[in-house]
Design a protein around this ligand. Structure first.
Ligand code: SAM
Length: 263
């Protein structure tokens, strides 16, 4: 007797990759090597998991949908060692993946509904991460790599670019997935910068400042940051308080945050 086929669940953002050319291209971009400390988010039905496992030998994965665990475990059985955590990746403590190892290589065709908070969650674990490859909504990849002055430049751009080099790899059309999503997708590679070119002396101050500035992005910095930044601190940092958040480059935000924390 065969089990009923899995019905893609919208609430889990399930759009499974089925185009073998696209899958090959993604795996080649990731370039998995034997012994790599791979972590996959949302392995689903294993479109990426199996070729990654074949190349690397062992893989840890975080999948929320419990109905996918048994079929995926069965598929992986003869291919390699799959350590599957049936959990919500947003709450998953990534310190539990590959304990004692650094250089994690994080990959995932992410559920689009949670991709931004998930990326923020992963930024908290950045010292252990060697690189990340994500399939995302194309618009999210564009926001991540946007330059100051652009309408789509925002908190995600600043926080990701503070930590990582961002490479837009290639677009992927809706037809590569089942069911096809309504939006275009793209693969992105994030490589943590080590050392950071422009480190904040107090990371929390920097993160708070960026969040607050973009929380009211239409206001001038003077008004949006009134509670966090005294008027004279803008001057010390050489930042025009009449500018708006989207006009500040990553290193401008760091300079302003360092002036606040060094006060
Ligand atoms: N990797 C598979 C592929 O490329 O065909 C599936 C990708 S599908 C876009 C997203 C996957 O993430 C699904 O398997 C879904 O069940 C899983 N998922 C959704 N929300 C999740 C969460 N919060 N934590 C972990 N996995 C989640």
């Amino acid at each position: 007797m065969t089990d009923a086929p899995h019905r893609a669940r919208k609430r889990f953002g399930q759009n499974f990759l089925h185009d073998t050319h696209v899958i090959d291209r993604i795996v080649r971009a990731i370039d998995p090597r034997p012994g790599d400390a791979l972590v996959e988010i949302g392995p689903g039905q294993g479109a990426l998991t199996l070729p990654l496992l074949r190349a690397a030998g062992t893989l840890e994965a975080v999948e929320m949908d419990r109905d996918l665990v048994a079929p995926l475990t069965a598929l992986a059985h003869h291919v390699g060692i799959l350590r599957l955590h049936q959990e919500d990746a947003l709450r998953f403590d990534f310190n539990r993946a590959w304990p004692g190892r650094d250089g994690l290589r994080v990959v995932g065709n992410l559920p689009y509904n949670i991709s931004t908070p998930l990326i923020f969650h992963l930024l908290d674990h950045i010292p252990r991460i060697a690189d990340m490859h994500f399939m995302l909504q194309r618009e999210v990849v564009e926001r991540m790599s946007a330059a100051p002055g652009s309408r789509i430049y925002g908190r995600l751009s600043v926080m990701v670019q503070y930590h990582c080099r961002v490479e837009r790899l290639f677009p992927v059309p809706p037809g590569a997935f089942r069911p096809a999503p309504r939006v275009e997708s793209a693969l992105v590679r994030l490589t943590p910068l080590d050392p950071l070119p422009c480190p904040a002396s107090d990371y929390q101050t920097f993160a708070d400042l960026v969040r607050t500035a973009f929380g009211q992005r239409r206001k001038t910095l003077r008004n949006a940051l009134r509670i966090l930044v005294p008027a004279e601190t803008f001057e010390w940092a050489g930042i025009d308080s009449g500018a708006r958040a989207e006009q500040l480059a990553v290193d401008d935000f760091v300079r302003l945050a360092n002036a606040v924390s060094g006060r």
